[in-house]
Design a protein around this ligand. Sequence first.
Ligand code: GRF
Length: 205
Amino acid sequence: MSRKRAAILISGRGSNMTALIEAAKADEYPAEIALVVSNRPDASGLKRAREAGVATVVVDHVPFGEDRAAFERALDAKLQEYRIDLVCLAGFMRLLTPWFVGRWSGRMLNIHPALLPQFKGLHTHRRALEAGVKWHGATVHFVVPEMDAGPIVAQESVAVHENDTEAMLAARVLEIEHRIYPRALRALAEGKIGLTAADSKKEAG
Ligand code: GRF
């Protein structure tokens, strides 16, 4: 079986990206990381990707201003150029339009640092501490037009400790993220999971 060509989209340090690159080094891993794309030229993950020998491109969103569609067309063109089959969002801090999500429907995953459907959006660790939950965690899900709402592919939890700070909790959740994302990409690349037509139509709220 030929390996699927995966792209990882980042905006920052790319620790999940690194976990995926490491996992994909194994001969029997069903995907290769063919490209890393950042929307920020200064993302530190870019250097890490290059050091790992992975092709990188920057599609800076700033020159596109409010024109999200034009930004996404440029992004999509890069993914086509590198003959990408699957996309992993890993700390990619841009909301995607239904057009882009539709094009990659069933072929695009995201990792979210919370036990979805709890704590969609930003600052998940702070909000978990404020809410007083005893369990927190991370989720990999298919991307659908509605943010952080796609079907769940992988999820693991960690106990919240009495004296946890946001940083302490984030660090424990990150360990989980690095474990479940490679597992989820494997399942997708092996064709073991997919989206139904009904799933992929879930609209942006
Ligand atoms: C992770 O916590 C991820 O779940 C969230 O953004 C963070 C990115 O971290 N979406 P990194 O760039 O992968 O280190």
